[in-house]
Design a protein. Structure first.
Ligand SMILES: C[S@@+](CC[C@H](N)C(=O)[O-])C[C@H]1O[C@@H](n2cnc3c(N)ncnc32)[C@H](O)[C@@H]1O
Length: 250
């Protein structure tokens, strides 16, 4: 609890006001990641290996952008910082602990940006969301990594739309997921997409107690690799239940 309070307070000091409401959930993710370290390790290593492989095949390595960089658990920050002239990390929040880690590594070419990558505000106003349009202004962009953010865009938007009983909920969620995928597809550079696509809660006998489509009904693109991420191993949600996500990489 004390560690969380310190992380929260220190992050508040360095986070622009409009993004401060998101610190709590970032600290929550950090706590859970710590508790589930062992169960999450294979997923995190799969993600990092996929991005490292993408980098290995590249001739030009000027600017790399990571969308949903968050806690930098599934992002191979060392490989990115060593191989690119500039690395831009984009998320709603970067915790103080993440910032300290980057400072300690003396990465002088890593920039942090707080930005809402959902497109929700435009979609709520009836405008077509283009949340990745800003990437067109990034000079010498050679790589974009979407790092397990897409499902979270849907989760966050769904919560807000439910709270306001928005009658366009389904249409908006569909538009947000598609705009992220279309935005990535239209980029003139290398793109690595890592995303969880489904969520299942099962008991010890394997019986499915609850399941959800994390891409809000939008068909998942064809994966190059896929694996299971035990997001909440036994003991996290309950003694005899676990929650697993299916993850794809392409
Ligand atoms: C599952 S975490 C990804 C973990 C991260 N890649 C890592 O290595 O630790 C999802 C991330 O997406 C971010 N996120 C969720 N919705 C977002 C939004 N609308 N705009 C920007 N970032 C968002 C969260 O803050 C969180 O850091």
């Amino acid at each position: 609890m004390l560690a969380e309070a310190i992380q929260y307070g220190a992050t508040r000091l360095v986070t622009p006001r409009e993004f401060q409401p998101y610190i709590r959930s970032s600290v929550g993710l950090w706590s859970r990641a710590g508790r589930c370290r062992k169960a999450w390790a294979p997923h995190e290593e799969n993600c990092k290996a996929f991005v490292r492989e993408a980098i290995a095949g590249m001739r030009e390595r000027r600017t790399a952008v990571v969308l949903g960089s968050g806690l930098l658990r599934d992002v191979p920050i060392e490989a990115l910082a060593e191989n690119f002239d500039t690395v831009v990390l984009v998320d709603l929040v970067h915790l103080a602990g993440v910032r300290i880690r980057l400072k300690a590594k003396r990465f002088r070419n890593v920039r942090l940006i707080s930005r809402d990558l959902s497109g929700l505000e435009d979609a709520r106003k009836g405008k077509p969301p283009e949340p990745l349009a800003f990437l067109r202004q990034v000079p010498y962009l050679d790589l974009v990594v979407s790092a397990n953010i897409l499902s979270q865009i849907g989760v966050g938007a769904k919560r807000r739309l439910d709270e306001e009983h928005n009658p366009r909920r389904t249409e908006i969620l569909d538009a947000l997921v598609r705009s992220h995928l279309d935005g990535l597809t239209s980029l003139p550079c290398k793109v690595a997409l890592l995303t969880d696509t489904t969520y299942k809660v099962t008991d010890r006998s394997g019986k499915v107690l609850e399941e959800a489509d994390l891409l809000c009904g939008v068909p998942a693109p064809e994966a190059k690799r896929r694996w299971i991420w035990p997001v909440a191993p036994y003991g996290e949600l309950g003694r005899d239940i676990q929650a697993v996500h299916e993850v794809i990489a392409l």
